[in-house]
Ligand binder design. Sequence first.
Ligand SMILES: Cc1cc2nc3c(=O)[nH]c(=O)nc-3n(C[C@H](O)[C@H](O)[C@H](O)COP(=O)(O)OP(=O)(O)OC[C@H]3O[C@@H](n4cnc5c(N)ncnc54)[C@H](O)[C@@H]3O)c2cc1C
Length: 310
Amino acid sequence: MIDRIKDYIKNNTESRVLVDELMKNHTTYGIGGPVDLFVLPSNKEDLIKVFEISKKYNQEVNVVGSGSNLLVSDNGIRGVVICIKNCLNNLDVEDNKIYAECGVMLGKLVKHSIKNNLKGLENLIGVPGTLGGALIMNAGAWGGEISNCLESVELIDPDKNKVIKLSKSEIDFSYRSSSFKNGSILLSALFHMDYSDKKIIEDSSKIAQFGRKDTQPLKYRSAGSVFKNPSKENPAGMLIDKAGLKGLTIGGAQISEKHANFFINKENAKANDMLMLIKKAKNMVKEKFDVDMNLEVKLMGFEEGEIDSL
Ligand SMILES: Cc1cc2nc3c(=O)[nH]c(=O)nc-3n(C[C@H](O)[C@H](O)[C@H](O)COP(=O)(O)OP(=O)(O)OC[C@H]3O[C@@H](n4cnc5c(N)ncnc54)[C@H](O)[C@@H]3O)c2cc1C
């Protein structure tokens, strides 16, 4: 079956298709086993064809951006993974509106908004990832969130199998969460922003940029914060630190000494090492403080039994 899909994609699109590609090459953790078919579509039409053929043959489809919020199993992922980083890269600024496709890197979108004196996205400077990943996660930093000045999103609806447009009012965004249906593929977004003084925008982005460097272990591979903060008073990093877990190492994975909600790939870590650290932190925090911590990082390719306590 996978061979048939591969042949169809090769014969009918200009996409790149890789068989048994290691996901560790596509995640910021540098972790993850082989995926049956890893597809890099060359444009939107190709992406839609890849989605349709995968569905026709009942293959599970997963979408990834730049893998900066992903922990992928050492056993990899069955079915098709569509990677939209390096495709869907158009970005247009017209007056105070920005149209961007979902493969655009967030950093590029933020820089364009600042350059055009548009306010609202500057605090996201330094957040890695694509626009698609940022919208799914409702990425945020230093008080700003990607959904703040969003007007609409274009996506493939997995139930209707067609491209639709949702206005912001039809999407629920909350802290690191959005209400897009599972299996949606986000294609592009439109932002409606306010003009402001460039100096004010730049000052605000500098505060975010320097804060990030001071507090995060940026010289190691990570996926940013592992858990969502249970509340403002109880940030996950503080709870994990108070549980005495800073520096805890399992295999090649470590709970960062610098920021306890960042788990780092210290040395050739396996997904399983990271998963054990995650379970340990969740259980210890529950035991010591009776607080439930929910994952911010997305898991892919794991068996249900491996992750049902998370
Ligand atoms: C050093 C570091 C610092 C970080 N700091 C922050 C921070 O300050 N704030 C913050 O919010 N996050 C932060 N993150 C996490 C991460 O950068 C964000 O979650 C980012 O938005 C993920 O984008 P991505 O393209 O890498 O998505 P991926 O990791 O590839 O995917 C994330 C999720 O989105 C889905 N997805 C991706 N693209 C699409 C698409 N086009 N259509 C449908 N689904 C899609 C995936 O299936 C997956 O469920 C940090 C990460 C790192 C490594």
